[in-house]
Design a protein around this ligand. Sequence first.
Ligand SMILES: C[S@@+](CC[C@H](N)C(=O)[O-])C[C@H]1O[C@@H](n2cnc3c(N)ncnc32)[C@H](O)[C@@H]1O
Length: 222
Amino acid sequence: MNSIKEEKQVVSKKRVADHGEVYTSKREVQSMLDLVRRETERIESRFLEPACGTGNFLAEILERKLRIVENRYSKGQLEYERNAVLAVSSIYGIDILEDNVVECRKRLFDIFGQKYSSLFKEAVKAECQKTVKYILEKNIIWGNALDLKTVGANPQPIVFSEWSPVNGSMLKRRDFTFHGLLDHEAIKELPLFSDLGDDVFIPTPVKEFPLIHFLRVGDADK
Ligand SMILES: C[S@@+](CC[C@H](N)C(=O)[O-])C[C@H]1O[C@@H](n2cnc3c(N)ncnc32)[C@H](O)[C@@H]1O
């Protein structure tokens, strides 16, 4: 995993000047994640890397989660698949450079795909691979983490999809704007006994989707 490419911390002087693109080394990533080790090993724990580059933190988090999934569930393929999808679906990233976003999605997919194939060989399911690809398309966003909008021809508010397992194999997707979630975080930072009274702020989804079997997610837009 720890290839020379991943360890290269600068791509070009121009990208450093334009976008502050200097990558964190694997050793630093590991030390920082060790500070929250228990969360990185909780399969459903949600992480957002808001300037993710090619995903140095997200890749390490996914590897840690998948090690737990393998230890617990590798004897049953369906259980492994459900939990591996859960691990992927709780990982989010944003980057302003499109090539980084594309590489980040591919890198995370390959971490999942290589482990999945090595465990289940010819029994791997194309639908499961499609589900993971689809979720990574949604969760790793080409956007600007400062103005909270997507980048490209028609910038839109950044939207994150929440994926929650229901009754084992079903998934519920709810979409939230990044802006709305940050408002929520700000409220949570208030002192414990603030004078907000009973007004508890709960973010409202901008869209809710019907329940879907986790192996059909890749066909959701058809
Ligand atoms: C210092 S690198 C860090 C990459 C990765 N998080 C790491 O630690 O290895 C900063 C990244 O932020 C991206 N970036 C710069 N400005 C951004 C913005 N406003 N919104 C989202 N990403 C941004 C750059 O493209 C670059 O990939």
